[in-house]
Design a binder for this molecule. Structure first.
Ligand code: F0G
Length: 458
């Protein structure tokens, strides 16, 4: 059959509130025009994030009932440890309550002020953790990553030459580790090839710098390798993931993505000396090393979820959804990051609203228009999230202005996506009427979560 169907049926439903345009205008105003400050109930299709928002399977719910809530050495920990060890091949496994907790422990243990941490593209929490620890977070995406229109297969790759230049300039002593993020979330959910990870590892080995993987979407990345990289068509997604982790010295993970769980994460490594440090700081921050901020039932849900994420039919369905939306929007002429990413569609706002200056936050104009048109909640990945102030206090824009529509796993159905396409079409047709925003309040770190806006020209 040509039609790719959801490889599951629905046992429990959750009502969606259908709001009127007037209600949405009122809600957005009360939220200071920042969709992070809306009540979730007022969002009809919530695409703010694919993180922790997925639907669990009956297998996961059943496993949760087996949760062993013992403080130390629980059965649930053993199951979690076995699943993580099977996929990553790492000896030292520290559960954490989510990905950023793993990042914080990693940075707290091995980053000194002035250290430099390269990545293909740091996620905002990773960058914030590194900077909070006095380090410098540098991005080295491949050159295709900046061209949103080129349909290259692995636009999440790292620029290996630029990485080598960085190592030569800073010296290996200043680089405690290098990260590579799979898939590259902030660069459009684009995958990283096995060849690229191998090349990065070979370079780092020369300088004796450990390689860590930010593995949040490792299963989606494995699917892309299976589909696009020569030699992987007859390998299972588990085998592909195992090969990728075999090239790394450690990893941070948010199980809220490809763990198919609503909470959880982990930090893994091979070096026993690092592991000792991680465990000691982990006890302070997250709890005893066999539960790490998680209930036994959460460990169970993750142990099952990690394997379900590696199910080929599940990934086929997930990617069919994203590709369907991109295909329909492309036909309407809506500019997007091409090709389709793994977990989200990224609208290319620079092309949508070329006349709105970056410092008037065109991404917010699109995000808010999507909400007002149909109650769709998206997120800006542009100057609000990634801009910074230079030494003269002048706001420097982000190289890309994107709006991300991230898809919770196994949550929305085909008709929800048809509705979404209609909402985007309406915004696209009315783009000339959109204007920029002024930021009226911002916090020092991760300002996008809590800042306030006022529409310009109102
Ligand atoms: N690394 C990447 C690549 C991420 O996408 C995220 C989270 C994290 C680390 C942190 O994990 O949320 O469990 O602490 N990304 C979510 C998002 C929030 O919406 O993309 P966390």
């Amino acid at each position: 059959m040509k039609t790719i169907i959801e490889p599951f049926r629905i046992k429990t439903t959750e009502p969606l509130k259908i709001t009127t345009s007037e209600e949405r205008h009122r809600a957005l105003e009360a939220a200071h025009h920042n969709v992070f400050l809306l009540d979730a109930e007022d969002c009809c299709i919530d695409l703010l994030t694919d993180s922790g928002t997925g639907a669990m399977s009956s297998q996961q719910w059943a496993a949760m009932m087996l949760g062993d809530e013992s403080y130390a050495g629980s059965r649930s920990w053993k199951r979690f440890e076995a699943a993580v060890a099977e996929i990553t091949g790492m000896e030292h496994i520290l559960p954490t309550h989510q990905g950023r907790a793993a990042e914080s422990i990693l940075v707290g243990c091995v980053v000194k002020p002035g250290d430099v941490i390269p990545n293909n593209s740091h996620f905002d929490t990773t960058r914030a953790n590194i900077e909070y620890g006095g380090g410098v977070a540098l991005n080295f995406p491949c050159s295709e990553a900046f061209d949103t229109q080129t349909p290259a297969p692995f636009k999440g790759n790292m620029d290996v030459e630029a990485l080598e230049t960085c190592i030569k300039e800073n010296g290996r002593e200043k680089i405690p580790f290098c990260l590579i993020t799979v898939t590259n979330n902030t660069g459009g959910g684009q995958p990283v090839s096995m060849a690229n990870v191998r090349a990065v590892k070979a370079l780092l080995e020369k300088y004796e710098i450990p390689l860590l993987i930010d593995a949040c979407r490792f299963a989606e990345n494995a699917y892309f390798i299976h589909e696009r990289e020569d030699g992987y068509q007859n390998r299972s997604l588990l085998e592909i993931a195992q090969e990728m982790f075999s090239l790394a010295d450690g990893a941070t993970m948010s199980c809220k993505k490809d763990g198919l769980a609503n909470i959880g994460g982990f930090l893994v490594c091979r070096d026993p000396e690092w592991a000792e440090r991680f465990r000691n700081l982990g006890i302070l921050r997250e709890g005893f090393p066999t539960y790490g901020g998680l209930a036994g039932r959460d460990l169970e849900a993750i142990a099952v979820g990690l394997m379900e994420a590696l199910d080929y039919d599940y990934q086929v369905y997930r990617h069919a959804t994203v590709e369907y939306i991109v295909k329909r929007l492309t036909a309407l002429g809506v500019p997007m990051v091409q090709p389709a990413g793994g977990h989200a569609v990224f609208l290319d706002v620079k092309r949508m609203l070329p006349d709105i200056e970056a410092t008037q936050y065109p991404g917010i104009a699109v995000v808010n228009a999507l909400y007002l048109a149909g109650g769709v909640r998206a997120v800006e990945l542009g100057t609000v999230m990634f801009g910074h102030f230079d030494e003269n206090g002048i706001e420097q824009p982000s190289p890309l202005e994107l709006v991300r529509l991230a898809f919770p796993r196994r949550v929305y159905t085909q008709s929800h996506f048809d509705y979404l396409i209609e909402v985007i079409e309406e915004v696209w047709n009315n783009k000339e009427s959109l204007s920029g925003y002024k930021m009226t309040y911002q916090s020092k770190a991760l300002r996008h979560f809590t800042c306030h806006f006022e529409p310009l020209g109102s």
